[in-house]
Design a protein around this ligand. Structure first.
Ligand code: ZN
Length: 482
């Protein structure tokens, strides 16, 4: 009997609006002391009145449209009631039956690299809860209310994934879309992009929907994929052993690569939802939605298509560039400023050479690069016009990566300009031959290595500025004349 997994994902996207979802507290809480940004509204004091952060509503519309959803003309908030120490009010303001966006889809690649469509059930708005900090030493649980009331979008898919790889690709795409829209930083480690996965298995060829297990606590996209794979294997071996799968929530431990049953606050399941009486129903005009749609930026997959089909760089290079929005801006800036430059040369220098430099410099990842697209373009020009050789180009790159100096000036200053002067090369070869009589004898005895040795001496003397093939020709010419 063979089994197939049925997987659905729920992702919480924290928004980067200036204030929280229903009060005017600052949302920039990451670097401040716990419990700094708190007011009577996000503390849930009796008599306090929430009001909607419209910037968050716009962000929700943008994400909904980008996921091909239908945006509801009427949307409202509901209270989701449960008791837990991270929830001050005893309820969370969320959306039940009129979410802002429904019925979307996203195309993702499956294991065989074929495109499959994942249906998006809904995108709804809600507020984040406080953060509980478990103090291992004292055994106490501390509460930080800075996160309480932060704006969140929850993106819920249909159970359409059939492998961990599809889920992983979906998350990478969704993360990129959030960043391209600039509505959040979608950072899993910081908790601004959180994913729960629902996994069940069934006999292949049937359409049964069996007991599902929810997995939480993954703080990297790779961890989501691993947790799903683990769960598929766990359920398969349980069923094969004749055991039943119990519906439960499991927490993923990335270090041990295993999940364990978790006591969940959502076990009760009776949230006694009812419409939030303190907030008005929001009516969205079709023209408003259309206007937002028309102003959406080019999204990752559209960019990918344009790079491959119009700019004509390889799919491989295009995939790497679109994975980082800053890279796409940098890449496009170079092409705009240097219209005649071969885009493949630019993508290659960007993905291979710049990447090499950023990997070699500790604590100096790409986001901190000082190099401007203008000086980067100038550098590529110097190499492609043979004014400097590629090694010198790399040397310059490692310097201007952190200084953004003008590469043309730097080449002159460092004396790295390729030796295009014929007389200079003739003299240098002449000197090298004078200093290496034994190599000349070796050459006369027919030792092929001798010429290579002499080329090496010229390259050394010229500090790499001589052209190797011109040098070889000149050495042989002078040897034959002697
Ligand atoms: Zn507040």
């Amino acid at each position: 009997m063979s089994f197939e997994p049925i997987i659905g994902l729920e992702v919480h996207v924290q928004l980067n609006t200036n204030t929280k979802m229903f009060c005017s507290c600052s949302s920039k809480y990451l670097d401040v002391e716990p419990n700094t940004y708190v007011c009577n509204i996000c503390l849930g004091l009796p008599g306090s009145l929430p009001s909607v952060n419209y910037e968050a509503v716009i962000s929700a519309i943008k994400l909904g449209l980008s996921l091909n959803c239908r945006i509801s003309n009427i949307t409202k908030f509901d209270r989701k009631n449960y008791v837990y120490p991270d929830l001050m009010k005893g309820y969370q303001i969320s959306q039940l039956d009129f979410p802002i966006a429904i019925e979307g889809n996203m195309k993702v690649k499956n294991i065989e690299n074929k495109v499959t469509e994942i249906r998006i059930n809904r995108v709804h708005m809600e507020e984040d809860v406080a953060k509980l900090i478990h103090d291992e030493l004292s055994g106490e649980v501390l509460v930080d209310l800075n996160r309480s009331g932060m704006p969140l979008l929850e993106v819920v898919t249909e159970p359409d994934f059939r492998s961990a790889a599809e889920a992983e690709n979906y998350l990478i795409n969704l993360q990129s879309i959030v960043r391209y829209l600039e509505i959040g930083n979608a950072n899993m480690e910081e908790g601004s992009f959180r994913c729960d996965a629902n996994v069940s298995i069934r006999e292949k060829g049937t359409d049964a929907l069996n007991e599902k297990v929810e997995i939480k606590n993954m703080n990297r996209i790779k961890a989501v994929a691993r947790a799903i794979e683990y769960e598929i294997e766990r359920q398969t071996s349980q069923v094969k052993a004749g055991n039943r799968i119990i519906q439960e929530t499991r927490g993923w431990d990335d270090i041990k690569s295993e999940s364990k049953p978790q006591r969940s606050k959502e076990d009760a399941h009776d949230y006694r939802y009812f419409p939030e009486p303190d907030l008005p129903v929001i009516k969205l005009r079709t023209e408003t939605i259309e206007k937002i749609k028309n102003e959406l930026p080019e999204l990752p997959e559209e960019k990918f298509d344009r790079y491959v089909n119009k700019i004509r760089i390889s799919e491989y290079d295009a995939r790497i560039i679109i994975s980082n929005k800053n890279k796409t801006t940098f890449f496009e800036d170079v092409l705009t400023n240097f219209k005649k430059m071969d885009p493949n040369l630019v993508s290659n220098w960007l993905n291979v050479e710049i990447n090499g430099v950023s990997n070699s410099l500790k604590d100096y990842e790409l986001e901190k690069m000082k190099l401007s697209s203008k000086n980067f373009g100038k550098l590529i020009n110097l190499v492609s016009e043979n004014q400097i050789n590629k090694n010198s180009g790399k040397e310059i790159l490692s310097k201007i990566y952190i200084s953004d100096e003008d590469p043309v000036e730097l080449v002159n200053k460092m004396g790295l300009k390729s030796m295009n002067n014929k007389d200079e090369l003739i003299n240098m070869v002449n000197e090298v031959l004078k200093d290496n009589k034994s190599a000349i004898e070796d050459y006369r005895k027919g030792k092929e290595n001798a010429v290579r040795f002499l080329i090496g001496q010229v390259m050394k003397k010229s500090r790499g500025t001589a052209n190797p093939s011109d040098t070889e020709k000149e050495i042989i010419r002078q040897l034959n004349e002697q």
